[in-house]
Design a protein around this ligand. Structure first.
Ligand code: ZN
Length: 154
């Protein structure tokens, strides 16, 4: 008995060093679990943060348990306006965003919130620290954190 001969791929793209090209597809089921309310809120053009019930530390991200005191958190609505705390320009990225390079990623600070929110900065040629920005939401939802991005507040 012989193994069947394959008629397609992988393709050899170089012989020295031997390099072959292989295309594969993986379907993931990603559960947001207790972070689901954050993503449901994105679907309604809202941002949710987490506030510790014990020490009142306020996170600009989903967090079930406070990292300082271990207390449980409650959801609260984040403001849709903030300021650029810091930013970077990505000239390389993971495959889904490679075609969009270069793009800016920013850390956004909000009044009365203790941590930052990482997001895309869109339509801003030269971001600067302290620049006022506001949230925008994709009309067609992807049910991911990419449903929100920030633009310069005019
Ligand atoms: Zn706490």
């Amino acid at each position: 008995m012989k193994l069947p001969e394959k008629t397609e791929g992988p393709w050899v793209t170089s012989f020295d060093p031997l390099t072959r090209q292989w295309t594969y597809t993986v379907t993931y089921n990603v559960s947001y679990a207790e972070d689901s309310p954050f993503f449901h809120a994105l679907g309604h053009n809202k941002l949710l943060g987490s506030e510790c019930q014990k020490c009142r530390y306020r996170y600009a991200t989903p967090r079930t348990v406070c990292m300082y005191c271990g207390g449980p958190t409650d959801w609260f609505e984040l403001p849709l306006e903030g300021r650029v705390h810091s930013w970077t320009t990505c000239h390389f990225s993971g495959e889904p965003y490679l075609s969009e390079c270069p793009f800016h990623l920013g850390l956004i600070e909000f009044d009365r919130v203790d941590t930052l929110f990482m997001t895309r900065l869109v339509g801003i040629e030269q971001p600067r620290i302290g620049m006022p920005v506001r949230a925008c939401f994709r009309r067609k939802k992807t049910w991911s954190v990419n449903d929100v991005y920030f633009v310069k507040k005019e």
